[in-house]
Design a protein around this ligand. Structure first.
Ligand SMILES: NC(=O)c1ccc[n+]([C@@H]2O[C@H](COP(=O)([O-])OP(=O)(O)OC[C@H]3O[C@@H](n4cnc5c(N)ncnc54)[C@H](O)[C@@H]3O)[C@@H](O)[C@H]2O)c1
Length: 235
């Protein structure tokens, strides 16, 4: 996700982006994803979706680092580490110490509660902390849910919406809610999935027919059981 987010922020938004990860090997794979993969910059240029200059500029705008300290000067830090609350809390506490007071923090969590992720940052930072949930693969799926908490400042929300829109995202606003998992996209999808699975478990229809119904009857590009792709890395 991190690579895809970097790609659209640089490619459409024109922002300078620094990707930070834990090993050089992982950074090399992320760079490969941004530049060479199915949804990468080169292929977009070959298909005429991105001009040659824009493609070159996108590649130049994304840099890669192993040093957390290299994020100190960022205006916005978007976290996309694995979906573990403790890991995200620890990382944001570290970032809170090194980032500038004005820096905005955002989590790309699929569904963890934003106020819980923000639990270990300063009270001031909680006013500059929200969710930015992108959909995978980011260069293809235009959605960005902006998740607001009761603490976040209105001007921070405005700035983040502007960044997401400049990066070509369709912004969907949603409030954080303790006790739930997911925002709009994943809650609605999970509810539909529960029904689809119940229909199959009750022996009323096969997985193939449930998928076929949603793909041909609602024009979904993919449905629940892996027929024609599905969410995740298999796209
Ligand atoms: N994959 C999806 O379809 C999808 C969609 C929307 C949101 N998300 C959310 O995005 C986040 C990342 O998901 P993903 O699928 O990209 O996971 P992933 O496991 O593919 O990537 C996570 C990356 O974080 C790195 N990482 C781990 N600890 C780190 C640290 N302390 N500092 C910096 N980097 C660190 C890992 O090395 C890895 O490269 C999760 O919260 C997930 O729920 C995923």
């Amino acid at each position: 996700m991190g690579g895809g987010i970097a790609q659209v922020l640089a490619g459409f938004g024109g922002y300078q982006v620094t990707v930070r990860d834990l090993t050089q090997e992982i950074l090399d794979v992320t760079r490969e994803t941004v530049v060479e993969s199915k949804w990468g910059v080169k292929r977009a240029a070959e298909k005429g979706k991105l001009g040659f200059d824009q493609a070159t500029r996108t590649i130049e705008l994304v840099s890669y680092t192993l040093e957390l300290g290299d994020l100190a000067g960022c205006d916005l830090i978007i976290e996309a580490v694995p979906e573990k609350l403790e890991l995200k809390q620890t990382l944001f506490a570290e970032l809170d110490d090194l980032a500038r007071a004005e820096t905005i923090f955002a989590s790309n969590t699929s569904g963890l509660v934003i106020t819980e992720i923000a639990e270990r940052v300063s009270e001031a930072r909680k006013g500059r902390f929200l969710g930015m949930h992108f959909s995978n693969p980011v260069p293809v799926m235009r959605m960005c849910e902006v998740i607001t908490t009761p603490e976040v400042d209105a001007d921070v929300v405005d700035q983040v919406v502007e960044v997401a829109e400049k990066a070509g995202r369709a912004v969907c606003m949603v409030k954080d809610q303790p006790g739930t998992y997911g925002f709009i996209l994943n809650r609605v999808f999970a509810a539909a999935y529960r029904e689809a699975k119940k229909i199959v478990d009750d022996g009323l229809a096969t997985e193939e027919d449930v998928d076929k119904a949603m793909i041909t009857g609602r024009n979904w590009p993919a449905a629940f059981f892996g027929n024609r792709g599905g969410i995740g890395k298999q796209w």
